[in-house]
Design a protein. Structure first.
Length: 350
């Protein structure tokens, strides 16, 4: 990618890293009209556990068409003084992919970018989810300005920012013909660079998880933990179907350099063992959420792997509390903890 006239101007707008100080997190709550209907009680228990941990530390925005019902579910165990409710119809629960992506200027003023979500390449209905961000803005939940970017399809789970002009992503997702197929790679790079005020994009061309609906979202495979550190999924079992693709991804990561020209510090997360018989589910420890001095990470009732993943995250985030949440319910719909959350920087959520 040529740097020419698209260098980021930090005095205007920039895409903050997830570890930047936050005002709060959005959850879009499961209900009987979502794909969770057959296991609603189980998944709502998982959401309750996530909500409890978030609301102990930050503001929590819950989007739901059933405000009173959700209040009944959570009021006895969640810090309700930190909870806000947006009553809104929803298709599903993947806030990472239908929530606003926030830009900041040097004074902390926010621009809330509303990209189009098309059900990960036209796989699922998303008409109601596409109205959530505008509804939240018009209902007064956000400080900042609303920016309509509905002409471009982009999910929050498909990009990682270091807050300093670098974007990490996968070609499998961003170059999917069912997203922005009218644009080639160069055009997509130019669009992302101009919108997010970045000066380089690191593309991963390898790596996947069986059963993944997202076409290899970056937040299932490799995560920026600091400007010089990437945590990634590593497969060491040569008999595992993921071995070759993840080995090639690891090689790509080893070839990446920071903006200063130094190799990244790479921290390998364990591969999750098969969750259950039948279809392989895309369980991953890379799907963690960075909060203010806390990391929420998914566990899968695999004690050795769960503990190993926690140890890796402790190394990546030495000053953070690392909190595990059982996400076996979430993975049955092919997502995990990061997928159901969206963070908002300081000063954004009211």
């Amino acid at each position: 990618m040529k740097k020419k006239d698209i260098l980021p101007d930090i005095n205007t707008l920039y895409l903050p890293a997830e570890w930047s100080f936050q005002s709060g997190i959005q959850l879009t709550w499961p209900h009987a009209e979502t794909d969770w209907a057959h296991m609603l009680k189980e998944v709502q228990e998982c959401f309750l556990n996530i909500a409890r941990e978030i609301a102990e530390r930050e503001i929590l925005l819950i989007v739901t068409p059933e405000v009173n019902e959700v209040k009944k579910q959570i009021s006895s165990t969640v810090n309700m003084s930190n909870v806000r409710f947006l009553e809104c119809k929803t298709n599903d629960t993947w806030a990472r992919d239908h929530g606003a992506i926030t830009l900041l200027d040097e004074e902390g003023n926010a621009s809330l970018l509303d990209f189009k979500f098309n059900g990960w390449g036209l796989k699922f209905a998303s008409d109601k989810d596409n109205l959530i961000t505008r509804t939240a803005f018009e209902s007064g939940f956000f400080h900042g300005q609303y920016i309509n970017r509905l002409g471009f399809i982009l999910e929050g789970g498909s990009i990682e920012s270091d807050g300093m002009g670098t974007l990490l992503t996968t070609s499998e997702c961003l170059l999917s013909p069912n997203r922005n197929g009218q644009m080639d790679k160069t055009e997509i790079e130019e669009y992302l660079s101009s919108v997010f005020h970045i000066n380089r994009i690191l593309w991963l061309n390898h790596g996947y998880l069986a059963g993944d609906d997202t076409d290899s979202h970056i937040d299932t495979l490799a995560r920026l933990c600091s400007p010089d550190t990437i945590a990634y999924v590593q497969c060491t079992d040569q008999n595992d179907e993921h071995y070759e693709a993840l080995r090639l991804m690891e090689d790509e990561l080893k070839g990446f350099c920071t903006a200063n020209g130094n190799p990244y510090r790479l921290l390998a997360l364990p591969m999750v063992d098969k969750i259950e018989e039948g279809e392989r589910l895309p369980a991953t420890y890379a799907n963690f959420l960075i909060m203010n001095k806390t990391i929420l990470y998914p566990t899968y009732n695999q004690p050795e792997n769960d503990v190993c993943a926690k140890s890796v995250l402790e190394e990546a985030f030495p000053d953070y509390e690392i909190v595990g949440i059982d996400c076996r319910a979430l993975i049955r719909q092919h997502g995990s903890l990061h997928c159901v959350t969206m963070q908002y920087p300081a000063g954004v959520l009211k």
